[in-house]
Design a protein around this ligand. Structure first.
Ligand code: 13P
Ligand code: SF4
Length: 377
């Protein structure tokens, strides 16, 4: 455990936080889908109201099919806050399960079926690294009141750090509201970890010329003068699934499918978001296709599992992956294997809790403040 310099917190590198979670026993590997579905349904029936299964839109079909609720990360945090089941089984990644643990009551237990479901973008802003950068940033802009906002895609200790410095959490569906909240209380926003969501949100608010970039890995990427003049400082994180999309993909789709419309996630590059017809969280992407007229064509710029769900859920709409076969699945979300779901559920039936996500109490207290500020936006 290392103590932070600017916040009263002791923490570890998030990279090593979940290395104690358990691997799938050999007897659960390679289960055949029919048998697995029966076993999951039997376990869920046995557990009844004691369990709620939440699934992010990027989860595999075999997880989404068993979820009580499927949605974007904001909707899932609201569902977690409202859940009264003893166990919340989270089909998502570690930062989402941590947020569920923070938001649920102390008597409730959050289980992340599989270890290694860690979002690489969340790992691009380690709380200890941000704590060290904070001193440099506040030195570079001594007259500015900097408010840190962290995207939901971050670990609990970074959420706690942001609360300790007067900041909050946001998701892709409320980032602009979070910026406005921050500007009512300070002069400058430090946005972590996703530079694209930060830039897209700043542009939405007319602040596209008021940006400074902060690359913690590159001494040349830290421009103190720019920080002093900026309204928004962008930390240099990104999502590889979304950075892949290019304006050329949009042009190709429009050439090959006249009349096709494009909806993208705000983790995409600025020029891609500008060229798209609609931009929004995974919930907005789902609504856009759900509200499309039969026969319309929509190209989807986000993780491939969601595109495939939309093809299944709305056969009356032509749903295309924006960059064809080059569209990626999320390596972190993919770790939630349905065999793991079977295992954690059957273990609960047998009275054993596996792969429990538990945020340290002092982190939890502050991270709750950051998440509550978001839920009150
Ligand atoms: P949403 O908040 O839109 O569900 O997105 C989460 C995410 O991880 C996108 O990559
Ligand atoms: Fe993280 Fe990108 Fe996966 Fe979202 S799609 S969980 S940002 S790696």
């Amino acid at each position: 455990m290392v103590t932070m310099e600017t916040a009263e917190l002791e923490t570890d590198l998030s990279l090593f936080k979940y290395d104690t979670l358990e691997q799938l026993p050999a007897s659960y590997r390679g289960l055949e889908e029919g048998e697995r579905t029966e076993r999951i349904e039997a376990a869920l029936a046995e557990l009844g109201d004691d369990v709620v299964v939440l699934g992010h839109n990027y989860q595999r079909r075999e997880i989404v099919e068993h979820a009580d609720f499927v949605g974007d990360s904001y909707q899932l945090s609201v569902q977690a806050a409202e859940a009264d089941a003893e166990y919340v089984i989270f089909g998502g990644v570690t930062f989402m399960a941590e947020s569920a643990d923070i938001i649920t009551d102390d008597e409730q237990t959050v289980i992340l079926p599989s270890m290694e479901a860690s979002c690489p973008m969340a790992g691009m802003a380690e709380a200890l690294q941000v704590d060290a950068a904070w001193a440099e940033l506040t030195d570079a802009a001594p007259d500015a009141d900097i408010i840190p906002i962290t995207y939901m895609n971050s670990y609990a200790d970074l959420k706690a750090f942001c609360a300790s410095q007067g900041g909050l959490v946001c998701t892709s569906s409320n980032a602009a509201d979070a910026f406005e909240w921050a500007f009512e209380r300070g002069d400058t926003v430090l946005f972590l970890p996703d530079k694209h969501l930060g830039e897209n949100t700043a542009s939405e608010l007319g602040l596209e010329d008021e940006l400074a970039r902060w690359d913690p890995w590159d001494p040349e990427g830290k421009d103190g003068e720019a920080v002093a003049d900026a309204d928004v400082i962008l930390w240099d994180g990104y999502c590889q699934v979304h950075e892949r999309f290019r304006v050329e993909h949009i042009e190709t789709i429009r050439n090959e499918h006249p009349g096709a419309q494009v909806v993208v996630h705000p983790e995409c590059r600025r020029e891609v978001v500008e060229a798209a017809d609609v931009v929004g969280s995974t919930a907005t992407i789902c609504e856009t296709v759900a509200e499309a007229d039969p026969g319309e064509t929509w190209a989807i710029g986000t993780e491939i599992h969601l595109t495939e769900h939309l093809q299944r859920w709305h056969p009356e709409v032509e749903v295309l992956p924006l960059c064809g076969d080059a569209c990626m699945d999320c390596n972190a979300m993919r770790q939630i294997d349905p065999n793991y779901l079977t295992w954690v559920l059957e273990e609960l039936v047998a009275g054993r809790e596996r792969n429990v996500i538990e945020v340290a109490p002092e982190e939890k207290e502050l991270a709750t403040v950051a998440l509550d500020r978001m839920l009150e936006l």
